[in-house]
Design a protein around this ligand. Structure first.
Ligand SMILES: [Zn+2]
Length: 348
């Protein structure tokens, strides 16, 4: 049999050119994990150089921190979180950070600034826990700041830029007034007095690939990101603001960003609202809408097809969505690992 003669040669080749030497130098993807924290928030970015940036940490307690740590340690193979941004102080964003720090070391903390006074939507015990966990070492982000990440020579240029923080967007000096009339189809909402408006919003660029994560930014401040000038640009992937709630996701923002792919970080009974879903469907540039959860309160018509949903049932396994960007930044693949479904898209 011919293969018997070939086998020793194959073994010799393997000895001379061991596989790990190849994989070490092979260009790596940039990966984004949309972790299922059931309507809270946790998005983990892992760079080709193996650095990591986590945006938000879900609720306090074991479940959300546990799911984040599982993806970080077991799926992404990380040993630490290098950078962690709390977009704002609500329980579903900052809550898991204390528990998470016990499960995996977190090196650098970022936020929009500790509140000088506690408004009624903030919980003092969560802010106190965060202060203890960070030991006062968190960095306050301002618009146009960058999170320092390595851009290896062999892959596309990587940058994470702050678009908005503490109610101020790029190029602005102050947060007020929140409502600033702009353009002919200006359609404001009542002023948002919660901490949502203060969310840190970021744009990740990896060569041609652009990813937007605006935390829980709301309608009026979203408008200022794109009017009078589109400060974000056109993006490839849009993570829905505020879990896909109708009070956020201003149509002027979505139309200006022209995403090819949208990922809704919703829960079975939170976000992914019908009005927002219809708004997305009306934007012709959007080719695919992914949901972490099927919204069980609405109909099939108001949800993406099951092949685009990580968790169909309310009693779920906590399935995540993984997005991998090619080392060149020119294309990316969205995968629902639990369903073994993958689709690829070109960057704009
Ligand atoms: Zn939220």
């Amino acid at each position: 049999m011919k293969w018997k003669r070939l086998l020793p040669l194959a073994l010799l080749t393997a000895l001379l050119f061991p596989h790990p030497a190849v994989s070490k130098t092979a260009p790596k993807t940039l990966d984004i994990y949309f972790i299922d924290v059931e309507g809270r928030a946790a998005t983990l970015i892992v760079t080709p150089a193996g650095q990591s940036l986590l945006v938000d940490s879900g609720f306090p307690g074991d479940r959300d921190a546990g799911r984040i740590a599982d993806v970080a340690l077991k799926v992404a193979g990380l040993t630490q979180i290098d950078h962690y941004i709390t977009t704002h102080w609500h329980r579903d964003h900052v809550g898991g950070s204390t528990r998470l720090a016990q499960l995996i070391p977190i090196k650098h903390y970022y936020d929009h600034g500790l509140p000088a006074t506690l408004t009624s939507d903030l919980q003092p015990e969560l802010i106190e826990a965060y202060k203890q966990t960070t030991q006062g070492q968190s960095v306050t982000l301002k618009p146009d700041d960058r999170i320092k990440l390595l851009s290896p020579k062999y892959s596309a240029r990587l940058e994470v830029r702050v678009l908005a923080s503490a109610g101020v967007v790029l190029g602005e000096k102050t947060a007020s007034p929140q409502i600033r009339p702009c353009g002919e189809d200006f359609d404001p909402r009542p002023e948002d007095k919660t901490d949502n408006v203060n969310s840190v919003g970021i744009l990740l660029s990896f060569g041609d690939f652009q990813f937007y994560d605006g935390g829980d930014l709301t309608w009026n401040i979203e408008d200022r990101l794109v009017c009078p000038r589109n400060l974000v640009g056109v993006v490839d992937v849009f993570q829905s603001d505020h879990h896909g709630l109708d009070v956020s996701n201003n149509p002027r923002l979505i139309r200006a960003l022209k995403p090819r792919v949208t990922v809704i970080n919703d829960g079975p009974r939170k976000g992914g609202e019908a009005g927002f879903y219809a708004r997305l469907k009306s934007v012709k540039e959007i080719e695919a809408i992914y949901q972490i959860h099927r919204n069980v309160r609405t109909t099939d018509r108001d949800n993406a097809p099951s092949g685009f949903i990580a968790n169909d049932e309310e009693a779920c396994q906590g399935n995540f969505i993984k997005l991998s960007v090619d080392p060149t930044g020119k294309s990316y693949t969205v995968t629902i690992p639990a369903k073994q479904i993958s689709r690829s898209y070109r960057s704009r």
